[in-house]
Design a protein around this ligand. Structure first.
Ligand SMILES: NC(=O)c1ccc[n+]([C@@H]2O[C@H](COP(=O)([O-])OP(=O)(O)OC[C@H]3O[C@@H](n4cnc5c(N)ncnc54)[C@H](OP(=O)(O)O)[C@@H]3O)[C@@H](O)[C@H]2O)c1
Length: 370
């Protein structure tokens, strides 16, 4: 029997805009069907998508083909690919059985024969720039049933890619010492909320910013000593009063980085995790940083990182420590759920907007209950 297989398709490159629902990213309710009992598995396994995670890196993958970056390009006409939680329906693969749940990269569709190849049979890793990583490396992995110790949604926030990003960058680059001061921009984002808590646990004074008052409250509840809305309070005013900074965690880039350089202490570390304010801007509209001379004068260390660089060294510690801290209530998270695959295009657009939306928590799209 054929079952409809709704999906969210990458329809058009968004150029210098965020991907607009219905134009660049389209929900298709009845484009394709699948025979759940009979579809050939070819040694793989069939999964049902339970939840999906809209994340900024998905925008980067939509860039023009001529623009190099750290990731491969998304494929036009194919479903978007992002982190998801899936359950296995049938399997021919050793070690994977029906009922297993896996977290990792998966297409934005209801059912998938895995492993999924994103219409990229022609992709040649040898031709990619040497700072590109292949998203296929982040394939699905079985995740244990938390058995009530924490909700499954935590696999998208503190225990998922955002938590791993925060842990790798903080442990691998920050060189943080108790008593130091850190500013976390986009401190209520999925990555930011974990950085705020790791920094507090280490005994740092934490300044955190976000683009909505609801998020300001949330960052305060996570322990941020100074929590502010960058849209209503000038950043420089806050850093002048509560700085100087020993560490800046940059999720935003552009003007924020310039202000952080201005209010950095001698030998401060500036950790470049992301630059979300610039992903959709053409080169000439990006903010030109005017105080680069302060980098040598203050002997600043500015360091960019990507999770795949640091994960081989730090992921074993992350997977040993984080679930325990979570179960003990020593680290927490919040997720914000939107219902149905059809909500996917708007959920993705929302994470790419300044202020995101007023909703607090890591955005997740619930595709199916079980
Ligand atoms: N280096 C790595 O390996 C790695 C891995 C994962 C993620 N990242 C980066 O980490 C950062 C956070 O990712 P995430 O998954 O935690 O994000 P997220 O939970 O999806 O949150 C994104 C938030 O960014 C803020 N934002 C959006 N557009 C903005 C703009 N133009 N100016 C300022 N802020 C803007 C919005 O919050 P507010 O405006 O309300 O603050 C939005 O809610 C991103 O830059 C991402 O690219 C890096």
């Amino acid at each position: 029997m054929l079952t409809e297989n709704p999906r969210v398709v990458f329809a058009k490159r968004p150029g210098n805009s965020i991907p607009i629902p219905g134009e660049h990213v389209i929900f298709e309710s009845s484009h394709s069907t699948i025979d759940l009992d009979g579809v050939p598995l070819n040694g793989g396994y069939l999964t049902k998508t339970l939840m999906l995670s809209p994340e900024p890196f998905m925008r980067e993958r939509m860039r023009e083909l001529s623009v190099p970056s750290y990731s491969t390009h998304a494929v036009l006409g194919a479903p978007l690919v992002g982190f998801g939680l899936v359950v296995v329906l049938r399997s021919e693969k050793e070690g994977i059985k029906p009922g297993d749940r896996l977290y990792g990269l998966t297409p934005w569709e209801a059912y998938t024969v895995q492993p999924y190849i994103e219409g990229r049979a022609n992709y040649n890793p040898a031709e990619a720039p040497d700072y590109t990583f292949d998203v296929d490396a982040l394939s699905l992995q079985i995740v244990p049933d938390p058995k009530g110790a924490f909700p499954w949604t935590r696999y998208f926030s503190v225990l998922g890619a955002p938590g791993l990003t925060a842990f790798c960058g903080f442990e691998g680059c920050a060189d943080a010492k108790p008593g130091e001061t850190i500013w976390v921009s986009s401190g209520a984002s999925a990555v930011g909320m974990v950085v705020v808590q790791l920094a507090k646990a280490k005994g740092l004074k934490v300044i955190a910013s976000a683009g909505a008052d609801s998020k300001v409250e949330y960052m305060r509840s996570l322990g941020a000593d100074v929590s502010f809305n960058y849209k209503t309070t000038p950043i420089a005013e806050v850093l002048k009063e509560h700085g100087p900074l020993d560490i800046y965690w940059d999720n935003v880039g552009g003007k924020s980085l310039e202000v952080a350089i201005e209010y950095s202490r001698l030998h401060a570390r500036l950790i470049m995790c992301g630059a979300i304010s610039e992903y959709a801007l053409p080169y000439e509209q990006r903010h030109g940083i005017k105080n680069t001379n302060m980098i040598f004068k203050k002997r600043l260390r500015i360091e960019g990182f990507l999770v795949p660089d640091l994960a081989p060294r730090l992921a074993p510690r992350f997977y040993a420590e984080m679930p325990l801290l979570l179960a003990q209530g020593k680290i927490t998270a919040k997720e914000y759920i939107s219902e149905g695959l059809s909500s996917g295009p708007e959920a993705l657009a929302a994470v790419l907007r300044e202020g995101g939306n007023e909703a607090v928590g890591k955005p997740i799209i619930r595709v199916a209950l079980d």
